[in-house]
Design a protein around this ligand. Structure first.
Ligand code: FEO
Ligand code: CA
Ligand code: CA
Ligand code: CA
Length: 669
């Protein structure tokens, strides 16, 4: 049922001229423990953490007592980016009733993942945490007007922290990718048979946002992989040679994010297996139409804390992938393929992401920008070519390139790229309705480590300072000190080719609270410049998810505290807004439940069905009272998503909702 070359987001859709509007009254900004959508729309629960998605799966146990093996056949935890892959309809066109959803499961709420809620308490708990990470691939079908998960579908599949994947591209097989043989069985005994050759990795983790390819595969992006590692002993200091420098630059520490996987599974102990961390932080490609396909880590796209991966094919057939590295003062990248996309031959594109050039962005004050190639011959700001920089030195340029890709952040430091305010999602504006530029947008969600305000002088999430990366001053592209609310930047490629090495950029909008009465600490820090719709509903902050639908509407999802406290008093809950790329006008479309982040969005090819993700409702719930902050989604619909009435409601669950317009129209029309 593979509709080769048809129906994937951004290609093969109806070429409907952009009519950017949400014509209904907007969703309310108030804080409530439920999803709200505008009048005239219906949101229904589609799938939630723990729901069965493949043959042999058992229902979710609302006390979180499902085992790791059960979790490995259920929908994973804390869903994030997603994409819809339609089957071919009987009319030869992409189906709008049946297809596959690939949905990332970024991380796990250790406090409510098991009945005891104690992270890393034993191997069984660690294995469950590992099984809840990764990607959920499921078949979605509309029957009698209602969308549902096909529970026994042969397309149902889970990728977890233990799924075997292939490593490809220039860094595959490099010495830094070779790991120790240490592997344990599920009973804790030493297991053998692990491939350690640098061409194989076990698992994909911290799968944040995503992308698709025009040949119909899914790209899942590994973000905060560092947090899942740790060590029972002190890790090498930043000054302690190559390993210490890399650990420091990628934020690998003794305690990580307190998952404690390393206490049970030495694969994740940084001192037992220092190179294991090098197998994560990649963009991973998987073919959802082939349930037996082996996921592939594409090293040509670089190693960092990948947020999303938006492709563009230009008129000459060249393909670029635009990517953000989500951490304070990190960079924006693009990969440009050496080969051309072949729309007539799906298989011919299979390895297009293995060969090309990775660039990093430099935003200049005059609203121009440069793409700096991360290649052995590129001369750094110190006047030294990367091949002569001790961080990347190797026997030949092939080895130098492998090191550049494994240590991408350090290469970007060396060439003087522009440190950004946490680059999250990238999105490409559709070239329809008379608009024919290659124009890319990127959310810069926030940054409290820029400028001179009195937060710790550091570049790293764990409080250490990365070598060579002092706290930057504000600049034209990141103009706020202590950027609370974030902004969205966009750029157009020179000559409308993805191979351009220069671009023109502008700030699309600065988010904020246009109703603030706070004294002007730094006026635009608070107010922003969002063009409000007539309902005045649009103020938002911390833009994170960003996606253009095929009709030219820009959907923006937020990730802030969400409880209307402090700087968020007038903004309230997290939300999804619809913005007009021509005018900057934004209108709230959806408001999320308590303590959640709204992240992940996909549509049917006809634009009449939309899936939206809700991540971590009731964030930081306690083991003793998991319902303290949220009882969503069971509270909103009165039942768990598998239809089982469950009172009391059980634990809050990350979930995906499906949204339709009551008149059957295009979402947002
Ligand atoms: Fe996983 Fe940067 O959000
Ligand atoms: Ca995000
Ligand atoms: Ca975020
Ligand atoms: Ca969040």
């Amino acid at each position: 049922p593979v509709p080769a070359g048809l129906g994937f987001p951004g290609i093969g859709f109806e070429s409907v001229p952009a009519s950017v509007s949400v014509t209904s009254a907007p969703a309310a900004p108030a804080v409530a423990d439920r999803i709200t959508v505008p009048a005239g729309y219906t949101a229904e629960l589609f799938v939630a953490w723990g729901d069965p998605i493949m043959p042999g799966a058992v229902p979710f146990a609302s006390d979180a007592s499902n085992t790791a093996a059960e979790q490995a056949k259920q929908f994973g935890a804390h869903n994030d980016g997603m994409a819809f892959f339609p089957f071919l309809g009987t009319d030869g066109r992409p189906s709008v009733d049946r297809g596959i959803l690939a949905i990332n499961n970024e991380y796990t709420p250790e406090e409510i993942l098991t009945p005891a809620g104690i992270a890393g308490a034993n191997l069984a708990a660690v294995r469950k945490s590992q099984a809840a990470h990764g990607v959920s691939i499921l078949e979605a079908r509309r029957r009698n007007g209602k969308w549902m998960v096909v529970k026994n579908s042969v397309y149902g599949r889970r990728l977890t922290a233990n799924t075997k994947t292939r490593i490809s591209g220039p860094a595959a097989g490099h010495a830094l990718m070779k790991v120790n043989e240490y592997l344990i069985s599920d009973t804790g005994s030493h297991a053998t048979g692990r491939l350690t050759d640098g061409y194989t990795a076990y698992g994909t983790i911290n799968n944040c946002a995503n992308g698709v390819t025009p040949w119909g595969t899914y790209l899942t992006c590994e973000e905060n992989f560092n947090g899942n590692f740790g060590s029972n002993t002190a890790v090498p200091a930043p000054t302690a040679g190559e390993v210490g420098k890399m650990f420091n630059r990628y934020g690998l520490t003794k305690d990580g994010f307190n998952y404690k996987w390393h206490t049970q599974d030495p694969r994740f102990d940084l001192n037992v297996n220092p190179n294991e961390a090098n197998l994560f932080g990649w963009v991973v490609e998987v073919d959802p139409y082939d349930p037996k396909s082996v996921p592939v880590k594409r090293t040509a796209l670089g190693r960092f804390k990948h947020e999303s991966a938006q492709y563009v094919v230009d008129a000459q057939g060249h393909l670029a992938v635009y990517m953000g590295d989500d951490e304070r003062n990190e960079y924006i990248y693009k990969f440009v393929s050496a080969g051309k996309f072949n729309p007539a031959d799906r298989v011919a594109n299979r390895n297009l992401l293995d060969d090309g050039v990775l660039y990093v962005a430099k935003f200049d004050a005059d609203l121009s920008g440069q793409w700096l190639p991360l290649l052995p011959g590129t001369v750094g700001v110190d006047g030294v070519a990367l091949r002569d920089n001790p961080n990347f030195a190797g026997a030949n340029d092939a080895e130098v390139l492998a090191k550049i890709l494994i240590k991408t952040r350090m290469a970007a430091d060396a060439v003087g790229a522009t440190m950004m305010d946490r680059p999250e999602w990238t999105g490409a504006r559709p070239r329809i309705g008379g608009f024919n530029k290659i124009e890319i947008y990127c959310t810069l969600t926030n940054n409290n480590r820029r400028g001179s305000s009195a937060t710790p002088s550091s570049n790293k999430a764990d409080g250490t300072t990365a070598a060579g990366s002092a706290r930057p001053a504000v600049d034209a592209a990141n103009p706020r000190e202590d950027n609370i609310y974030g902004h969205i930047i966009r750029w157009q490629e020179t000559g409308d080719t993805v191979k351009a090495t220069t671009f023109a950029w502008s700030l699309f909008l600065q988010a904020g609270d246009t109703k603030t009465t706070k004294p002007a600490k730094a006026t635009n820090n608070y107010k922003g410049n969002i063009v409000a719709d007539p309902y005045g509903s649009a103020d938002f902050g911390a833009p994170d998810g960003l996606w253009f639908d095929p009709f030219g509407r820009l959907w923006v999802q937020t990730d802030q505290i969400g409880d209307a406290s402090g700087d968020w008093k007038n903004i309230g809950a997290n939300c999804m807004v619809c913005a007009d790329p021509n005018t900057g006008m934004a209108r709230r479309f959806l408001t999320g439940p308590n303590g959640c982040e709204v992240t992940g969005i996909a549509m049917c090819p006809d634009g009449k069905t939309m899936w939206v993700g809700v991540q971590h409702p009731g964030e930081d719930a306690t083991p003793s009272n998991p319902e303290l902050k949220s009882r969503w989604p069971a509270n909103q619909w009165g039942v768990e998503s598998d239809g089982v009435t469950s009172l009391p409601f059980g634990r809050p669950r990350s979930a995906v909702v499906v949204i339709t317009k009551d008149d059957g129209g295009v979402i947002g029309s």
